[in-house]
Write a protein that binds this ligand. Structure first.
Ligand code: IPE
Ligand code: IPE
Ligand code: MG
Length: 256
């Protein structure tokens, strides 16, 4: 099987990593940023086209306000410190998630990151920030409903392709492989539409302990997977022959 073009990662377990060491949860988030840097570098080295990282969900606002502001602070720090290095490495940055309700300074940083790197041609780093798939789908449906209401779109012209094009991930191929750390085996509202045929890879390590070697192991494992997309893997499709037909037809007669 060929290499994945797009890997998406649910970076989970920062808080438990810190708690296991008697540290405040924010220490886990800080350590998690170090892992993020290493994995972005590994992804670039591996020649991957798209890496999506789930950084903050639309449901993470329900955490204590102190943790939320620490997470927002870390995102700002990451963009301020790493943006130019990413740009020099020819990385293109894309942000998915609801932007309208974010603070103006964060919105400005996100636009700066995208604008500066828009023409880069190596890895596309997609950061899912204030992202929730149900929110993304809801915004897309509202936009399509607007077009129908204004008479510019016929209901029957709404196709899976048109829905996909209305999502934050328009122009980004579906993830081939989704990795989640920390032993949890759920999507937590991540890429619900886009993950329809993704392969999954779960590791029990908390995100701060996740290493590039495990990232490469995930790619190795992906290569062994057989993706069917509802059909049959090519080598299993039987040759259609008279013999096969002769085997099937008599069943109808002998049953009577
Ligand atoms: C992932 O780690 C980072 C974010 C969700 C922002 P968590 O903060 O969810 O850590 P755990 O799952 O509580 O250990
Ligand atoms: C998913 O992790 C979100 C991110 C990694 C940013 P959560 O820790 O928020 O997910 P649940 O609450 O365990 O499902
Ligand atoms: Mg978690």
């Amino acid at each position: 099987m060929s290499d994945p073009r797009h890997i998406a990662i649910i970076m989970d377990g920062n808080g438990r990593w810190a708690e296991a060491r008697g540290l405040p949860r924010v220490a886990g988030h800080k350590a998690g940023v170090e892992t993020l840097r290493d994995i972005v570098r590994a992804a670039g080295d591996s020649g991957l086209d798209f890496l999506t990282l789930f950084a903050f969900s639309s449901e993470n606002w329900s955490r204590p306000q102190s943790e939320v502001s620490e997470l927002l602070g870390l995102l700002k720090l990451f963009i301020r410190r790493d943006l130019h290095k990413l740009h020099k490495s020819n990385v293109r940055v894309r942000i998915i998630g609801a932007r309208a309700d974010l603070a103006a300074d964060i919105r400005a940083l996100l636009y700066e990151a995208e604008a500066l790197t828009a023409a880069n041609t190596s890895l596309t780093l997609v950061i899912a920030f204030n992202y929730g798939a149900r929110d993304e789908l809801t915004r897309a449906m509202q936009a399509l409903a607007q077009q129908v209401a204004s008479g510019t779109l016929l209901p029957e012209a709404i196709t899976p392709e048109r829905i996909g094009a209305q999502l934050d991930t328009a122009d980004i191929p579906d993830p081939d492989l989704i990795i989640r750390t920390s032993g949890e085996m759920r999507l937590s509202n991540f890429l619900l539409w886009q993950a329809a045929y993704s392969e999954f890879y779960f590791v029990s390590d908390y995100w701060p302990d996740f290493k590039p070697v495990q990232f490469f192991s995930a790619i190795e494992e992906y290569r062994k997977r057989v993706r069917r997309f509802g059909g049959l893997p090519e080598e299993n499709i039987p040759e259609f022959s008279d013999k096969a037909e002769a085997d099937i037809v008599p069943l109808r007669h002998s049953a009577g």
